[in-house]
Design a protein around this ligand. Sequence first.
Ligand code: NDP
Length: 368
Amino acid sequence: MSKQRLHRNVVIIGSGPAGLTAAIYSARANLKPLLIDAPVDAEKQTAPGGQLMITTEVENYPGFAEGIQGPEMMAEFRRQAERFGTEFIEAWIEKVELRERPFILHTREYVIQTETLIIASGASAKWLGIPGEAKVPDGLGGNGVSACATCDGPLPAFRNKPLVVVGGGDTAMEEATFLTRYASRVFVVHRRDKLRASKIMQDKAFRNPKLEFIWDTAIEEILGTPEDGVTGIRLRNLKTAAKRIFACSGVFIAIGHKPNTDLFKGQIETDQVGYIKTSGRSTATNIPGVFASGDVQDSIYRQAVTAAGTGCMAALDAERFLDHLPVMMPSGEEVTREGEHITADQEAIITPDGHMIPNKTEYAAPGE
Ligand code: NDP
């Protein structure tokens, strides 16, 4: 079967808050964006709409005073993107070619060329893979098991109850500290007797009187029922092999996230973990014309509202780039669609053929 060929100005990968916000902005700017979202796959944790599709109540997104269900919110984002003419394709992207423009994306049915690419493929929480952890109805995921304390911690089911956080990194410390605001007590279960978290986060956690550590221990199973939610966990001491049941009302898995960047490996600059590097002052990556927004470039904030914010930035950056205006790169240089580079100190412009010209315009006052 021969593949259908498409050519677009803006292609967006991902349909979480970042991708859909980028779509809303670029569609309203008449750029006719094409958004490619991943099909539903439980194992790969993908669903059109991203991580909010596995969240229940969202209480911290501004504008929803009474809160809103994650999937309902993403349906609204999508309707808004559709309203301004975003085109959607649901497909696995098999390969991308980012070496030169137009960039090329291959799916089973299409070969898509694009002048700009906005990567908003998100990140996936890592899971332990133990019984009881899977999403309802197969386990208690969404019914007492969560990978996001900021999202789910304040829910009534967790108030004044003993809660467990798994992990020993900065995320685990941050989540555990946050949860002490609501829980009767928070227990951090860690597989070693030393934390990986930064010293400042460790100190803060050790000083918190509502936080306790269970060292050298793994969780083997999460216990509970659909009616009661989580009622406890089965623990195994990794040094003594002793097992015990520990009563708790919620389990927060905080063993890290994996940015969804495998597709771009070797082609785009990432940090050691795999998060795409952007300049901070724009969403530009090291490849002129490729922008990244949302959790795929953010290991720190990871909120729906920050993802939406960077989605908006990516659309505006792509629009600037298509309009032949300079866009800030991670290096601090600015680059245009024609390949001109403005040095980070703003002193010079380097033309595509390598000539350097001063970036100074002296205006003569009228009459001089
Ligand atoms: P990390 O990879 O730093 O830590 C993961 C933790 O989970 C480790 O303690 C690890 O144990 C444990 N772990 C991993 N897999 C398993 C498993 N299968 N079973 C049990 N335990 C497991 O991830 P984080 O998400 O904490 O942090 C990622 C990055 O983001 C870091 O660079 C961090 O500094 C940064 N970050 C910064 C924040 C801030 O500055 N406010 C907030 C959150 C994150 P072990 O130690 O034994 O390997």
